[in-house]
Design a protein around this ligand. Structure first.
Ligand SMILES: [Zn+2]
Length: 161
């Protein structure tokens, strides 16, 4: 049913004509498609989502609900805050591997990419944008750069027919 489902980290649909979308400003939009089972998913992952394994959970949900095979899936990791701009304090850094207890930069895109690979997606079927939302101010909204006034970028995916 069209409308807003409120705050969530992942949306999955197989209904023709229906699009699922997410709004981000530095967090990563991940769009996943299963051309065999005709199912799509839109995932929103900040560092907390990445640590909680939101992509793996979404893929598991696709496997459970419609019998998706991970090696059939296509995924795009859209623009988010890249390693160049994502510096975190020790309290966040220590939650990522390899564990460090000091200020450091985190490559969330790579964390998400590796998670998709561990879930069984084929490397050649995962596309990384490689774009930093914080550096690319002309094109993307960034919470870190614009703070509370930041707009949001919209990523959407659907099953057309
Ligand atoms: Zn950057």
């Amino acid at each position: 049913m069209p409308g807003e489902v409120g705050v969530g980290d992942a949306l999955v649909t197989s209904q023709p004509g229906m699009f699922v979308s997410i709004r981000t400003a530095d967090c990563f939009p991940i769009l996943i498609a299963d051309p065999e089972k005709r199912v799509v998913a839109a995932v929103h992952a900040g560092w907390r989502g990445a640590i909680s394994g939101i992509c793996s959970k979404t893929i598991q949900a696709m496997e459970r609900s419609v019998g998706s095979h991970p090696n059939d899936l296509l995924a795009v990791i859209g623009p988010g805050i890249a390693e160049c701009c994502f510096e975190v304090g020790p309290e966040v850094a220590m939650q990522f591997e390899p564990f460090v207890e000091e200020r450091t930069r985190i490559d969330l895109e790579d964390v998400i990419y590796n998670q998709l690979c561990r879930s069984g997606l084929l490397r050649e079927r995962i596309v990384k944008s490689g774009i930093c939302t914080c550096c690319e101010g002309e094109m993307f909204h960034s919470f870190r750069r614009e703070h509370e006034g930041a707009g949001r970028s919209i990523s959407a995916i659907g099953v057309l027919f």
